[in-house]
Design a protein around this ligand. Structure first.
Ligand code: NOJ
Length: 732
């Protein structure tokens, strides 16, 4: 068969399929790990024999083309291979980790970053990425919260869409576009105890209304592929979850793309204990309609036999192969199978670093700024002391899952301050602690000594990249090592101490707040961390990040998220008491009889959506302009936001809703819309929101989606504690 004749229509794909043997077809369903490269003779042999359809982890464009040539010219059907890679938050140029991208609340930037990452990856031969990860993540102990967009379904949905649009571009077949993959379907973010790969136990309503929502949006956005999760969902491992993959994803939502398993997750069905052996694992995964088995070989070894035995129909295999061929057609692989040698990135390197810089700047969340110590007026200081284990770490600031990231491009905080201040202000540097996990010793003493001689101290601390990400979960989410003690000693010098935390997850940082005049919190901001910090410290930009998660006081508060249910006895400030107030020998009684912890109350350290600015914003005039929801129209809302500060600044205007009475209990608040706007100092802006019935629809007790008529509350403000309120109704 000559693929040169393929014309790239669906009919052509059927023609190809008709000419394939069962072995050829099974080959297309297999993805192999190519990290062994040229030396891996079994890989070359398998490609030659047509027993491989895609390859993960080859990022050398020359090798990509060599392997492609074998597939095209020597394999029985000459079908091109698709090369895949985890391009999570950048390729060579690294953007903030996805959790940090969510902290920008700027989806345009996420789309731009994904487009640039796609372009860099394409130049290396990559045509398919396993991103975005849109697992709603409500447990900061889970290392992979770094890869998510945080705790909120809407944030995961809109950032997922932005990344998909960025990776895939307007034309998926164009040079520089790569296929996206929404992962991990589904519920992976709810792993018990925040431990990777553990089980997920989630109610049907929570699964539908929280965890599935971002995937529904990804399908609507035209995502080319979906990856099944490694975990089990209510007793059924996701990779064998026929009801969710065939049922919800394909039949209910009409997803026509490709589903890939996660790494070895087909074989692992037997480890889960849902299948007895690889043969049964292959059967269950294929029946669930997992099209490609990533890295393990259950399909390779057993599908043929399962078909011969009549246990799996050829039509199922054909549907799986068609998914693979369709993906290859859609990404233009039949037309452009080789990575063009002269393919320039399509963008200059500076476009990528410029985007990385802007995105990093917008991702910092200002949590504390006593006496407006920030921004610092450069003219007022003669020396600045940078200390801390994260102040000059080109690799660590990139964050997790950056296999191809070029740390040579990194501009560290130390480098940025030295470049910016070399003439007019002395920059003193002392690491203080070897790593974030070190104890205070001689290094710390020297750092404190040096700090005491400078005008301002910047302590750049946090977590190294390796402490978050896949399989890197923590039982405690405190600042590791002696970092708090180190900062306490710095503060004891009497100097102004600015703490900058670079982390892969939310951390319990309550114990450092008393020792810091100001705190900037960032999620590993990537290549341009240094310049972003420099700009923020000197006020070239005002912090505009907002927390995409609830920052807990302690691990014991987890799970803690803003969109909780009210319960029958919600806590109020008057209804709680502290463990310290309980007299010795107190008689059994129920303090306040409401829902709180004796030792940590009911409120977090900082709420979802929170973040200070160098400006101050005043919200007023919240008005329902029109309500046509009952007639199937829109709810139009307007709010006035004034910048009453002295600096131009961005504000994230957030709109929350509560459905007062439902057939199932409804969250106390749900984010329904947001808008990030620049408001010059002293000016006001009117922000308008337009919501449709779909925004109020949810999976109801009757097991159908829909809006339930009745009274709703609506708040607009700068965090999930927004208190500007208006009520409205939707009639039957
Ligand atoms: C396992 C991870 O769970 C998944 O997210 C990733 O895409 C694959 N490995 C491939 O690296």
């Amino acid at each position: 068969m000559s693929l040169a004749l393929a014309k790239n229509t669906e009919e052509d794909l059927w023609t190809i399929l008709e000419q394939m043997s069962l072995r050829d077809k099974i080959g297309q369903l297999r993805q192999v790990d190519g990290s062994g490269g040229r030396a891996d003779q079994s890989l070359l042999g398998a490609i030659r024999e047509g027993r491989v359809g895609s390859v993960i982890n080859v990022v050398d464009p020359v090798l990509v083309n060599e392997l492609q040539q074998i597939a095209l010219e020597e394999s029985p059907c000459g079908i091109p291979l698709v090369f895949a890679r985890d391009v999570i938050h950048g390729f060579k140029t690294i953007f903030p980790i996805p959790l940090g991208q969510a902290a920008t609340w700027n989806t345009d930037l996420a789309k731009e970053a994904a487009r640039l990452a796609a372009s860099e990856a394409y130049a290396a031969g990559i045509r398919w990425t396993f991103a975005p990860m849109i697992d709603v993540s409500r447990d900061p102990r889970w290392g992979r919260i770094a890869e998510s967009f945080g705790e909120d379904p809407l944030l995961n949905a809109v950032f997922g869409r932005a990344m998909i649009e960025g990776f895939q571009g307007e034309d998926l077949a164009a040079l520089g576009s790569i296929a996206a993959c929404a992962k991990h379907f589904v519920g992976y973010g709810d792993s018990e105890s925040g431990i990777d790969y553990s089980s997920t136990n989630v109610s049907e309503f929570e699964l539908r209304n929280v965890h599935l929502e971002p995937f529904r949006e990804a399908v609507a956005a035209g995502v080319a592929s979906v990856m099944s999760s490694l975990s089990d969902v209510d007793g059924i491992p996701a990779t064998a979850h026929r009801e969710l993959i065939r049922g919800v994803l394909r039949d209910e939502w009409g997803f026509a793309g490709l589903v890939v398993s996660d790494w070895d997750s087909v074989k692992q069905l037997t480890v889960h204990g849902i299948t007895a052996d690889d043969r049964e694992a292959a059967y269950q995964a294929a029946e669930a309609r997992i099209d490609i088995e990533m890295t393990s070989d259950a399909y390779e070894n057993h599908l043929e036999d399962l078909v011969s035995a009549g246990e799996i129909g050829v039509d199922t295999i054909d549907a799986m192969v068609m998914s693979v061929l369709t993906l290859k057609k859609n990404i233009g692989l039949f037309d452009v199978p080789y990575t063009p040698k002269d393919y320039k990135l399509g963008v200059s390197e500076s476009a990528a670093t410029d985007c990385a810089h802007r995105q990093a700047s917008e991702s910092f969340v200002l949590l504390k700024n006593d006496n407006a110590v920030l921004p610092i007026d450069r003219k007022e200081i003669d020396s600045i002391c940078l200390v801390g284990p994260m102040a000059d770490q080109p690799q660590e600031q990139l964050g997790t899952w950056v296999f191809d990231g070029d740390s040579g491009l990194s501009v560290t905080p130390l480098k940025a301050f030295q470049d910016t201040l070399h003439k007019d202000c002395e920059v003193v540097f002392e690491r203080g602690l070897e790593t974030t996990r070190s104890s205070c010793g001689e290094l710390a003493e020297v750092a404190v000594e040096k700090a005491s001689c400078c005008d301002v101290v910047l302590a750049i601390i946090g977590e190294e990249a390796i402490l978050s990400g896949e399989a890197h979960c923590r039982a405690n989410i405190n600042l590791p090592g002696d970092q708090v003690e180190f900062v306490r000693r710095l503060k004891a010098t009497g100097k102004t101490v600015i703490v900058i935390i670079l982390s892969g997850r939310p951390l319990t940082i309550g114990n450092i707040l008393p020792h810091a005049d100001a705190v900037l919190f960032a999620l590993h901001p990537g290549t341009m961390t240094g310049p972003a910090i420099c700009d923020l410290i000197f006020g070239h930009t005002s912090p505009s990040g907002k927390l995409p998660f609830t920052l807990p006081k302690s691990v014991g508060q987890i799970p803690i998220y803003y969109s909780k249910k009210n319960g029958g006895r919600p806590a109020t400030h008057d209804s709680i008491m502290s463990i310290d107030d309980i007299p010795a020998g107190a008689e059994q009684t129920s303090f306040g009889m409401t829902a709180f912890h004796l030792d940590d109350g009911f409120e977090p350290l900082f709420p979802f959506g929170f973040g200070l600015s160098y400006a101050n914003f005043e919200y007023s005039d919240l008005t329902i302009l029109s309500n046509e929801l009952t007639q199937g129209g829109k709810l139009k809302v307007s709010v006035r936001v004034g910048n009453i500060g002295l600096k131009d600044a961005y504000e994230v205007v957030q709109l929350y809703v509560r459905d007062r009475v439902g057939s199932i209990t409804r969250p106390v608040r749900e984010l329904k819309a947001f808008e990030k706007i620049l408001i010059p100092a002293g000016q006001v802006r009117d922000v308008r929101f337009s919501l449709s019935r779909a925004d109020f629809s949810f999976y109801r007790r009757c097991r159908e989606y829909g809006v339930e008529p009745g009274a709703f509350d609506l708040w607009v403000g700068g965090s999930s504690l927004a208190d500007l309120h208006v009520a409205f109704e939707i009639d039957a």
